[in-house]
Design a binder for this molecule. Sequence first.
Ligand SMILES: [Zn+2]
Length: 290
Amino acid sequence: MFIIDPHCHMVSRTTADYENMAIAGVVAISEPAFWAGYDRSPAGFIDYYRQLTETEPKRAAQFGIQHYSWICLNPKEAEDLGKAKEVLAEIPKFLSRPTVLGVGEIGLNKNTPNEAKVFQQHVQLAIDCFRATETTAGSCEAGKHHLILIHTPHLEDKLKGTRMILEMLNDFGSAIDPSRVLIDHVEEHTIGMVKDAGYWAGMTIYPVSKCTPQRAVDMIEVHGAEQLCVNAAADWGVSDPLMTHRTMLEAKRRGHSLETLMTVFYNNPARFFGQSPRFRLKPLRVTEVG
Ligand SMILES: [Zn+2]
């Protein structure tokens, strides 16, 4: 079984993690830009974007894994509007790199006015840069903006933050195509509103917090496998790059078909990412022979 992990912070992981993921069937990873555990300077972001677009694809390729990334300033670092302005000015040149799928993971952390402002600036950037670079090159004519990957806040801030994000996206009107936006870290109380509004939903599985494999499979059963991706979001904290696999095992244990597993763990991310011509894998079909 091949797996695409749509959200992993590999800059924090070892080469052994890449190897274990490859042995466990991971053939592609997408890595959103993330908080480093401390607030960076604008120059630190440039170095980080280079690591995401130059170093990690090479590290992943040693194990036959395709590595893609997303570029943004993380919501945790959006409070300083002066710094945000400086960093956002550097983002367009990275958005045109060959393994970058879009803008992400933008979003909210504490749902503050400054975070909201920087979120809106990122969405505008996804629209403006796409118009400026991709459409003139003729490579992305079907879409109106770069793909967008969104982080929703955790714990008590999640419901309010998810509502704020949906409202802000709505304010962009027809400039935003919900099928080109993935809203991540959904839980039982937010998955319905995300999918109902036409967006893709991502479930993040963690060993000690966020969602468990059991809860994730419950949500697949209640809300259906369409427009849904599962990820490990493994980073520098307590996390496990094989949580995606543990979720697949739980689904298997409950008797879900190979087709459902393929849909959630391979074809859905392939379909969402495949809206970017830079993503090189196509959805697969399960067929019995003989
Ligand atoms: Zn993340």
